[in-house]
Design a protein. Structure first.
Length: 502
């Protein structure tokens, strides 16, 4: 079907399970556009509020055939993915994916590509940039050279509830009244609020066909990271923070420091810290010629902070940085039992009859983790979380996106929601550092006389001899950790106390 100028456009969105993509989709729908999402794991999108309003195409940006199928009939293609989580060779993966995307967009007759990349310093040669920034710049250049009109938007620090940059700023400022900080706290940056980023992304879809260029997108404030922390303390109503820069804290060292203090693991913190070494300010605001700013737009840093804090306090964080995959974590789904034939699989199963309705029991199950805790031996969980952080893992501090509701793909401390059947099953996949793959399943079943039955299964698939040794070394503690957990969940449901901090 041909679309007229007054009709909505047909838009393909990649990265819809990520922080920006998950927020862009409803904005495009509100603007009257039709949306198709390309996702490696379509099931991760099924619990989003807008899932029923979009089409989902299964595929990967590194697979030309699936990209071609997803682009069929589309007019605008949003490229919101990067391969940072794919390992040390992520630059080559990014390069390959961008070439495939550009080639398939040209072949499919896509009218426009819209890409969100990183703002790079004008006075630093590209080869000297950090691998993260260098790759983002190269991807933009590949898409601009694809033969399809491209708007390559470049942002520095994005401020919004749930963004990695906001979470890093928030936890550093709130947890450390006195800070010994890296020297990059004195580097000038020009942050932008996530609402302005989304507004520019949506508006870029209708740029004239002759526009094929980069656009710097920033808020109105140029400030140092130190000033950003001081402003955060002011907006959040915190006492003045004492900040002491230390030059010898390299990006690698400071990423581990960030990983210990904030929920952002070192693997994510490092590219953020590397980016903060450079002065990144806008050198033009030409995007306003195509996407006009209204009164008070773009938002000031203080306004963007206030909006983000309000969302956090009202528990209305729709997407988080942890929605996307984290570098170095396992992603294999739990296979069906026949697939394990001939392999090793360890399980720990606990069952209890519960003096509560299935609905009451499910509320406790779905409310687990985060501030609510894990219902057993808090010290053991805390120690395991610290051990994970010290070895570069995600640790326990990622918490929850929502205090009461979960959806497939949500991060939950050092687990990720792999499957959820409301009222019946919650399956979590471990993302802590382990010599193998692990899952935790919680089943709720209907019992007799208004009661319910709780079944809990911990599953571990060892990797090599170390994996077997790990299981047997921790198995003596299972009665305390998993046994106590199942008993306390059943007890909390019976008392109607699920969902409170524990």
């Amino acid at each position: 079907m041909e679309s007229r100028d007054d009709d909505g456009l047909r838009c393909l969105v990649t990265g819809a399970t990520g922080y920006i993509g998950g927020r862009l989709v409803p904005e495009l729908l509100d603007a009257g556009h039709t949306v198709r999402c390309l996702a490696r794991s379509p099931e991760k999108l099924r619990d989003y509020p807008w899932a029923g309003d979009v089409e989902v195409s299964k595929g990967d940006v590194t697979d030309a055939e699936s990209v071609a199928a997803a682009m069929e009939g589309m007019e605008v293609a949003y490229y919101l993915v990067h391969a940072l989580s794919s390992g040390a060779d992520f630059e080559e993966t990014d390069r390959k994916a961008a070439r495939i995307f550009g080639e398939q967009a040209r072949a499919a007759g896509i009218r426009r590509i819209v890409y969100l990349g990183g703002l790079t310093p004008a006075d630093v040669p590209e080869p000297e940039l950090s691998p993260h920034l260098r790759s983002r710049a190269e991807v933009g250049r590949i898409l601009l050279d694809s033969g399809v009109p491209t708007a390559a938007l470049r942002a520095a620090v994005i401020i919004g509830a749930g963004s990695a940059s906001f979470e890093m700023l928030r936890y550093l400022t709130e947890r450390l009244p006195v800070m010994v900080t890296p020297s990059w706290v004195s580097t000038r940056i020009q942050p932008i609020g996530v609402r302005d980023v989304l507004r520019y992304l949506v508006g870029s879809a209708r740029m004239p066909s002759e526009v094929n260029r980069t656009f710097d997108i920033c808020g109105p404030d140029v400030m140092t990271y130190r000033a950003m922390m001081e402003k955060y303390a002011e907006v959040a109503g915190l006492p003045h923070r004492l900040i002491l820069p230390v030059p010898m804290l390299t990006p690698r060292l400071s990423s581990h420091w960030i990983g210990l203090v904030t929920p952002v693991p070192a693997s994510i913190a490092r590219p953020l810290a590397e980016s903060l070494r450079y002065e990144v300010v806008c050198h033009e605001h030409d995007i306003a010629d195509h996407v006009p700013d209204g009164a008070g737009q773009p938002f000031s840093f203080a306004t963007a902070l206030g909006l983000a804090l309000q969302r956090v306090r009202e528990a209305r964080v729709t997407t988080r940085w942890s929605s996307a995959s984290t570098p170095g974590i396992p992603s294999d789904p739990l296979p069906t039992d026949p697939d394990w034939a001939g392999g090793s699989l360890y399980t720990d199963v606990r069952e209890h009859d519960v003096d509560a309705s299935p609905e009451a029991l499910w509320r406790v199950v779905e409310g687990i983790g985060g501030d609510n805790g894990w219902y057993s031996f808090p010290l053991a969980w805390a120690v395991r979380g610290w051990m994970d952080r010290l070895t570069g893992g995600v640790g326990l501090r990622r918490g929850r996106r929502d205090a009461q509701r979960l959806r497939v793909g949500d991060s939950l401390d050092f687990w990720r929601v792999e499957e959820i059947e409301p009222g019946r099953l919650l399956r979590l996949r471990a993302e802590m550092r382990l010599p193998g793959l692990a899952w935790l399943e919680m089943h709720v079943e209907e019992g007799e006389g208004g009661r319910s039955h709780y079944r809990q299964r911990a599953i571990f698939h060892p990797s090599g001899l170390l994996g077997h040794a790990y299981w047997w070394s921790v198995s003596p503690f299972h009665a305390i950790v998993f046994g106590g957990m199942s008993r306390n969940i059943a007890r909390a449901a019976g008392k109607g106390t699920g969902g409170g901090p524990r």
